[in-house]
Design a protein around this ligand. Structure first.
Ligand SMILES: Cc1cc2nc3c(=O)[nH]c(=O)nc-3n(C[C@H](O)[C@H](O)[C@H](O)COP(=O)(O)O)c2cc1C
Length: 237
């Protein structure tokens, strides 16, 4: 850690820099981190993106109810999704690395698991990491598993961001399942009365932007991220 601080101190004229390593299957993590990055940039922080790319493209939606069941079963057993090699950006020094991705059957997604297995120690070891989870509502088991993996990689972390879909149960579970299968629950005459939007709301996107501003402020002041309250009513309704 001291060695890393020295390396960062070697570049006094450079703005604070954040690396955003992420995977997004249905686009929700993608929109959240874009808004968060906008907040960081408005605080003068330089942001680099590293998208985890599966070796074999995963198609969204998967196309049928059966395929959705099979995907949920495989992800429950933490099946890894092999990813392509990372870009050279990941070997540079950053003030913070944000690791973002969806919850898949109470676990981190397959591409994020592959990243942690193969590159976790190299990219995250000894670095300050802030995880960001996008889920329909159940992120705690994901977080417990992820924090163990981050510890094994030697990452430092003091906070966590989680966003859950704002719809009520059982509609959000039904809605996500049907959406992943390729149906349009928002257009079903019966379901649309209870479920009219898939994923995170516009207000949550603005909350992500606000979180970006707060993180940026904290980095500029060299303060700990622990002090920021990310568990707001908007993020986790
Ligand atoms: C295979 C699969 C399993 C999922 N399992 C969970 C789960 O256990 N808990 C949960 O809250 N959401 C679960 N979800 C919902 C996603 O976490 C949620 O839709 C998230 O916003 C998707 O983010 P993305 O669009 O970046 O992929 C699951 C989605 C998929 C595709």
């Amino acid at each position: 850690m001291a060695e890393r601080k020295e390396k960062l101190a070697d570049r006094p004229n450079i703005n604070n820099q954040v690396l955003l390593v992420y995977y997004s299957f249905s686009g929700q993590t993608g929109v959240l981190i874009n808004r968060l990055a906008a907040g960081l940039k408005d605080q003068g922080i330089e942001v680099c993106f590293e998208k985890l790319k599966p070796v074999k493209h995963l198609r969204f939606p998967v196309g049928s109810i059966l395929r959705t069941y099979l995907m949920m079963l495989a992800t429950f057993f933490r099946r890894r999704v092999p990813i392509q090699q990372l870009s050279a950006k990941c070997s540079q020094e950053y003030d913070l690395i944000i690791l973002a991705g969806p919850t898949w059957s109470y676990n981190p997604s397959g591409p994020v698991l592959s990243f942690l297995d193969r590159d976790g120690k190299d990219v995250l070891g000894g670095r300050e990491v802030l995880p960001l989870i996008s889920c329909r509502g159940y992120w705690k088991a994901h977080w417990w598993g992820l924090r163990k993996k981050l510890e094994l990689c030697g990452a430092h972390f003091s906070n966590i961001i989680a966003f859950s879909h704002p719809n009520s149960e059982p509609w959000r579970t039904i809605g996500v399942f049907l959406k992943v299968a390729g149906k349009n629950p928002e257009r079903s005459r019966f379901i649309c009365k209870h479920y009219n939007h898939f994923g995170h709301s516009n207000e949550q996107m603005e909350e992500a932007y606000r979180f970006g501003l707060q993180i940026g402020e904290s980095l500029r002041a060299n303060a700990t991220l622990e002090a920021i309250n990310f568990q707001t009513k908007l993020a986790l309704p």
